[in-house]
Design a binder for this molecule. Structure first.
Ligand SMILES: NC(=O)c1ccc[n+]([C@@H]2O[C@H](COP(=O)([O-])OP(=O)(O)OC[C@H]3O[C@@H](n4cnc5c(N)ncnc54)[C@H](OP(=O)(O)O)[C@@H]3O)[C@@H](O)[C@H]2O)c1
Length: 253
């Protein structure tokens, strides 16, 4: 029987590439994002024979999530792989200048929505004693940078929550993995800089960033290792990226 993967944030970037790769590898798919046209277009281009159920909603809306998840057709209900990928960074201002609404949106999307989706689908995995949750965090969850304040903190939450899940699931066959990508070229920077295309393009100028397909390959790999192997965490950067030196502020002499 075909397995089913549920991918949040499937309308773009990593989620979109994961949908294509999992379809190629014989999965049926439940695809979630706000932009319905994108999800429909993706569903139409997937490998023939792939069964797809699309859910277009804002994952921050708990009532809409409950309604949509309850309405998932029976044949898609048993989720084998849950990819908690939907998320975003908004702005890069220092904490004392940032928009509080941006912080709230990041917390609501990167943390609360991820918790909501996980809490909904996990009990059925436990009941079936089978499943895999892959959470997309970020190197920003481990390594701070100026203006990364709340975004980094939400991704640190994802990293630690993943470890907590693994602890809770000991004694079951359910696997839990967290992937922390570095710089990857998707719509991420357009969203972060609020559709300022020039600023978004500058992020990748003169570099060879990771691609969505690079991340999809890693996500798929974590799910395809032997059943007794749990990839806890993967941190990945493009070759052109590294950490900076510690910053030290010096008074003028
Ligand atoms: N690109 C990078 O450099 C990078 C690095 C590390 C980690 N990440 C993380 O990787 C994940 C995927 O990002 P990406 O790079 O693929 O960016 P992306 O191209 O902007 O994709 C983000 C996806 O999340 C969905 N999404 C955002 N808010 C949503 C909401 N409220 N409800 C439903 N869906 C929502 C978007 O769909 P709609 O807009 O259609 O709703 C879109 O499909 C994110 O968690 C991001 O933080 C990215």
């Amino acid at each position: 029987m075909k397995k089913t993967a549920l991918i949040t944030g499937a309308s773009s970037g990593f989620g979109h590439a994961c949908a294509k790769l999992f379809a190629l590898n014989g999965f049926n798919l439940v695809l979630v994002a706000r932009r319905e046209n994108r999800l429909k277009a993706l569903a139409a281009e997937l490998k023939a024979g792939t069964q797809v159920h699309t859910i277009s909603l804002d994952l921050r809306d708990s009532a809409a999530c409950l309604k949509a998840f309850e309405a998932i057709p029976e044949s898609f209900k048993d989720i084998d792989v849950l990819i908690n990928n939907a998320g975003l960074a908004l702005g890069q201002e220092p904490a004392y200048r940032t928009q509080i609404d941006d912080w709230q949106t990041m917390v609501d999307t990167n943390i609360s929505a991820l918790l909501r989706v996980t809490r909904y689908f996990l009990p059925s995995m436990v009941e079936r004693n089978s499943g895999h949750i892959v959470n997309i965090a970020s190197i920003a969850g481990s390594w701070p940078y100026p203006g990364g304040n709340t975004y980094g903190a939400t991704k640190a939450f994802v990293q630690q929550f993943t470890r907590g899940l693994k602890a809770d699931l000991l004694g079951t066959n359910i696997r839990v993995s967290e992937i922390s990508p570095g710089m990857a070229e998707t719509e991420f920077s357009q969203v972060r800089y609020k559709q300022d295309d020039h600023k978004a393009a500058q992020v990748y100028q003169g570099t060879q960033p990771l691609t969505a397909e690079d991340i999809a390959d890693i996500v798929y790999w974590t799910t395809s290792v032997p059943k007794h192997v749990n990839i806890n965490s993967v941190e990945v950067m493009p070759v052109c990226q590294a950490w900076g030196p510690f910053a030290v502020h010096r008074e003028q002499q």
